[in-house]
Design a protein around this ligand. Structure first.
Ligand SMILES: Nc1ncnc2c1ncn2[C@@H]1O[C@H](COP(=O)(O)OP(=O)(O)OP(=O)(O)O)[C@@H](O)[C@H]1O
Length: 330
C-alpha cells in the first residue's frame, strides 16, 4: 500500500504514474506506478542512473512527452486539477506562468536570435501583463544582477552566444525566477559545466532558495549535490521509485539496496577522485523487457527467491517520518 501524502497539502501529488513509449522492440515501460509528493516550498531531489526515467517524470508533469507516447496512466494533481486530464492549452498556460524549467544546456532554452533582455522582458508577460516594457526591463536587470551577471544593465543587450556556459545558466535561472513559478524543475542544471563553474551555480541555487517561495524539483546524477541542496529525495531505478523521504534519512540511513549501492559509488568516486569510478555490477534492464518482481533483483547482492515473484510496494520504514522503501527485505 502506498503511504498517504507526506505533506497534508503538497504542491504536486504524483499518483500511480505509468508512462510507456512505443518502440520497434515493443512498449518501453519507462515509469511504473510512481507515487510521489512535491511538498510546498521544498527542494526535492530526483536521483537515479542514466535512463531511470528522471527526465520523463519531469516531462510528464509539464506534459511535454514525446510523440511516441503509448501509455499515460495515473494522476498528477496540482491545485485540485489533474494535469494529465487537463486540455493541452491549459497545461501550456501553466508552463508559461506557474512552472519554469532549467536544463543542462541553457543554449537550447534561450533563443539565439533575440537579445537576452528581449527574452527576459517577454517571459514576464504572463506574470505581469500590465507592467510597462521599461518596468519589465528594470526587473530583468535587477534579477540578472541578483544571479551574478556583472554589469547587467549593459549586458542585457547582448545575445546568448556572447555569454559563457556558466553565465548562460545564470541567465536561465534569472529567467525562471522572473516567472515566480510555483514549481521550478532543474534538470541536471550543472552537468554541462566545468567543476569550478558547477560549484558557483550550486552556491547560487543554495543562496537563491531562501528568497524563493516555490517548490524545486532537482534532477541530478550527483548525490553530493542533492544532499547539499535538497529537503527530500526520491530514488528512481528503471522507472520505479525504490526509496523516498527526507534527504537526511534517505541519504543518511538508506534502506533500499539500490540507494546503498548508489551512495557507495559516490563515496568511492570521491575517495579515488574519479580515477576508478565505482559502479554497480550489471546493467539497468531494458525498459521493453523488464524482469518480473523487483526490478533491481537481478543486480542485487541480497536478493532472495521471493524478490523475483512480486513487485515490492513502497512501505514506510520510520513510522510517520515519510521515509519509505520498496524492498521485501526492509
Ligand atoms: N521517446 C522515447 N522513445 C523510447 N524510449 C525513450 C524515449 N524517451 C526516453 N526513452 C527511454 O526511457 C528511459 C528513461 O529515459 P529518461 O531520459 O527519462 O531517463 P533519465 O533518468 O532522465 O536519464 P539521463 O540521466 O540519461 O537523462 C530510457 O531507457 C530512455 O532510453
Amino acid at each position: 500500500m502506498t503511504r498517504p501524502t507526506q505533506d497534508a497539502d503538497p504542491l504536486i501529488a504524483i499518483r500511480d504514474l505509468s508512462v510507456s513509449f512505443a518502440t520497434s522492440a515493443g512498449p518501453a515501460e519507462v515509469l511504473r506506478n510512481v507515487t510521489l509528493d512535491l511538498g510546498r516550498g521544498r527542494i526535492v531531489g530526483l536521483v537515479g542512473e542514466s535512463g531511470s526515467g528522471k527526465s520523463t517524470l519531469a516531462s510528464a508533469i509539464t506534459r511535454l512527452l514525446p510523440a511516441n507516447l503509448s501509455r499515460l496512466d495515473g494522476g498528477i494533481l496540482y491545485e485540485g486539477r489533474d494535469l494529465l486530464a487537463e486540455p493541452e492549452a491549459a497545461v501550456a498556460a501553466l508552463r508559461g506562468s506557474r512552472f519554469a524549467m532549467i536544463f543542462q544546456d541553457p543554449m537550447g532554452a534561450l533563443n539565439p536570435v533575440f537579445r537576452v533582455g528581449t527574452q527576459l522582458v517577454d517571459l514576464q508577460r504572463a506574470k505581469a501583463p500590465k507592467a510597462s516594457r521599461r518596468d519589465r526591463m528594470a526587473r530583468a536587470v535587477a534579477m540578472l544582477t541578483r544571479v551574478g551577471i556583472p554589469d547587467a544593465a549593459r549586458r542585457i543587450r547582448d545575445y546568448p552566444h556572447q555569454f559563457s556556459g556558466g553565465m548562460r545558466q545564470r541567465i536561465m535561472i534569472a529567467a525562471a525566477l522572473l516567472c515566480e513559478p510555483d514549481l521550478l524543475i532543474a534538470d541536471e542544471p550543472t552537468t554541462a559545466l566545468d567543476p569550478t563553474i558547477e560549484g558557483q551555480i550550486v552556491a547560487l541555487i543554495d543562496e537563491l532558495r531562501h528568497g524563493f517561495q516555490g517548490t524545486i524539483l532537482l534532477i541530478s546524477h550527483s548525490l553530493g549535490l542533492v544532499s547539499h541542496l535538497c529537503d527530500d529525495v526520491a530514488v528512481l531505478y528503471a522507472g520505479a521509485l525504490v526509496e523516498r523521504g527526507p534527504a537526511a534519512a534517505v541519504l543518511g540511513a538508506p534502506r533500499h539496496p539500490y540507494t546503498r549501492a548508489l551512495l557507495a559509488c559516490e563515496i568511492g568516486a570521491d575517495v579515488v577522485r574519479r580515477a576508478t569510478l565505482a559502479t554497480i555490477p550489471g546493467d539497468a534492464p531494458d525498459p521493453t523487457r523488464l524482469p518480473p518482481g523487483c526490478v533491481f533483483a537481478p543486480r542485487c547482492s541480497q536478493a532472495i527467491d521471493s524478490c523475483r515473484d512480486a513487485v515490492p510496494e513502497l512501505r514506510p520504514v520510520d513510522g510517520d517520518g515519510g521515509h519509505a522503501a520498496a524492498c521485501l527485505l526492509v
